[in-house]
Design a protein around this ligand. Structure first.
Ligand code: ATP
Ligand code: MG
Length: 172
């Protein structure tokens, strides 16, 4: 099923706007605004919402969370960038595990079960995509979701750079 990733992102932002505002956090959306992917809109919304929820939850009051949408090389991409506490290199792999939370004592104050990112990973992989985490402790984090983009005619675009092709036609 064709899904407009822009609609998914805007709805996720809508649902978290009040939570963010209560903390003085600005949700800033930008980027190319038409990216069609194939999949389940509810699951994709949950994934994007979990990333924005984390960005807000693990950032100080008054900061900005950027949500970017783009598409190139046959991949649709959503980035969620925060100016929060960041995630150390040792924890970067582990945060995608179920129930894993950095610094249990601190995390207890912020609530949560430690499932959000494992759900993000699960949804993205089930949609043939990937999720990347970049972070610098003390400065912030960027989570990037990449999903295969769909052409207007409904056929999936497969990797822009990799692969070869051949055309067969009558004659010659
Ligand atoms: P929930 O199930 O409610 O999402 P959670 O937020 O603790 O609970 P995850 O979303 O899986 O669970 O995140 C796991 C841990 O990774 C968090 O507890 C937090 O320590 C760390 N983390 C996640 N996102 C960020 C972020 N944007 N900045 C800093 N730390 C983060
Ligand atoms: Mg979470």
């Amino acid at each position: 099923r064709a899904v407009d990733l822009r609609t998914v992102v805007l709805e996720a932002v809508d649902r978290l706007r009040l939570t963010a505002e209560a903390r003085g956090i600005t949700l800033k959306v930008g980027g190319r605004m038409d990216a069609m992917v194939h999949g389940d809109p509810d699951q994709l919304m949950t994934a994007v919402r979990n990333l924005i929820d984390n960005a807000v939850r693990y950032s100080p009051d008054g900061t900005t969370v950027g949500i970017g949408l783009s598409a190139h090389d046959g991949l649709a991409q959503v980035t969620v960038t925060d100016q929060g506490m960041g995630i150390s290199p040792e924890d970067q792999e582990r945060v995608f595990e179920r129930f894993y939370r950095v610094d249990a004592a601190r995390s207890r104050q912020t609530g949560g079960t430690g499932l959000g990112l494992s759900i993000v990973k699960h949804v993205v992989i089930n949609h043939g995509g990937e999720v990347t985490l970049w972070s610098q402790p003390g400065r912030g984090s960027t989570f990037t979701i990449r999903l295969p983009e769909w052409e207007d005619d409904g056929s999936p675009v497969v990797g822009g750079q990799a692969g070869t092709h051949v055309t067969q036609r009558r004659g010659h």
